[in-house]
Design a protein around this ligand. Sequence first.
Ligand SMILES: *[C@@H]1O[C@H](CO)[C@@H](O)[C@H](O)[C@H]1NC(C)=O
Ligand SMILES: *[C@@H]1O[C@H](CO)[C@@H](O)[C@H](O)[C@H]1NC(C)=O
Ligand SMILES: *[C@@H]1O[C@H](CO)[C@@H](O)[C@H](O)[C@H]1NC(C)=O
Ligand SMILES: *[C@@H]1O[C@H](CO)[C@@H](O)[C@H](O)[C@H]1NC(C)=O
Length: 361
Amino acid sequence: MIKLVFLFAALVASAIGSPAANLTASCTVTSYSAIATAVSSCTTLTISGITVPAETTLTLSLKSGTKLTMEGTWTWKYAEWKGPLLKITRSDVTVTGSGLTLNGQGADYWDGKGDSGIKKPKFMTIATTGGSTFSDINLLNCPHQCISISSASDITLENFVIDVSDGDDNGGHDTDGFDVSGSTGITVKNSVVKNQDDCVAVNQGSDLVFSNLTCSGGHDLSLSVGQSTSNGSANKVSNVTFSDCTVTKSANGIHVKTQLNIPNGLLLKNTFSGITKYGINVQEDYAYGSSTGSPKGNIPITNLVLNEVTGSMSGGSSSMAVYILCGTDGCSDWKWSGVSVTNAKKDSSCNFTPTGYIDYK
Ligand SMILES: *[C@@H]1O[C@H](CO)[C@@H](O)[C@H](O)[C@H]1NC(C)=O
Ligand SMILES: *[C@@H]1O[C@H](CO)[C@@H](O)[C@H](O)[C@H]1NC(C)=O
Ligand SMILES: *[C@@H]1O[C@H](CO)[C@@H](O)[C@H](O)[C@H]1NC(C)=O
Ligand SMILES: *[C@@H]1O[C@H](CO)[C@@H](O)[C@H](O)[C@H]1NC(C)=O
């Protein structure tokens, strides 16, 4: 009986005593196991140099108003699974990298097959709302898609460097930079993407701004609409602006491809160079990863504005300045001005003529 009472007293003492004495220290964490407690109790928080266990999403469900500093090199133990490796949620958070490298160790996964090879984890999901900002975040060697902005609203991402250039000669594939779905009020600016797939791919969302992005090695700036076969309203993109973006050493400059229902696009002041396939490519014939050659007007593209979009092609045998393939009644109200594309080899091919279109070769 006495023993029991004694034990009980000791437990109460340690439960009350230790967290209170250590509150400051525990808001700076350097090990994976300390993260959960810190995230649930701290609103100013530093996480530094951690290693995350295999097959684990490090989910940071931050308290509203949290200022999180991510520091040092973060790594994840190898596992063949779908990820994501990191997910950040909740509202009104400020996330800043300080000497940060999120190292996905992509070389361990790359097999040149992307989606269809061994299972590879997606890297980072951002699902925050309410005025959240993310800055100075470096992602190195994403195994698969790099950043998914998903069910997010009212957020700004800036000074990101996504560097998957090691994958160029080592089997990197499907390493999209920024994928956006189900999100509204998103700004991504002043960032660099070196990868092997879309620099930006917008699948669904509204009020999106991409500015001063430097993209190289991959596919293009892309609006890819129509991922849902059952839900028309999930196939809508509207009010998207790309401005002052530069695309080099890539397949396309700008690529709009639709599979099912309604984007409104606005493209401003973008430049591209060394483009091997198409400078500007708009196609309404996309079906699950490739062109069918039979366009449909089921996802109309209205109000596609290009203003001061300039670029030069690689001059290679398959380079074409502008390719437009619209389905019946699929395209309307496009206004282009100051669009210039040089150094293409093949003649442009368009079955729809935007207002302001000139012959681009
Ligand atoms: C505070 O926590 C750290 C690490 O969790 C521990 O090493 C240290 O002894 C604790 N200090 C006190 C006063 O409890
Ligand atoms: C564009 O982004 C780069 C970082 O990628 C930055 O150094 C540069 O200052 C930005 N330019 C403007 C005009 O903000
Ligand atoms: C388009 O998006 C921008 C950026 O989010 C926003 O400021 C603007 O109000 C939106 N325009 C319309 C017509 O919704
Ligand atoms: C269809 O998509 C819209 C927009 O994403 C979503 O709000 C709605 O819940 C979806 N409906 C179904 C039945 O999934």
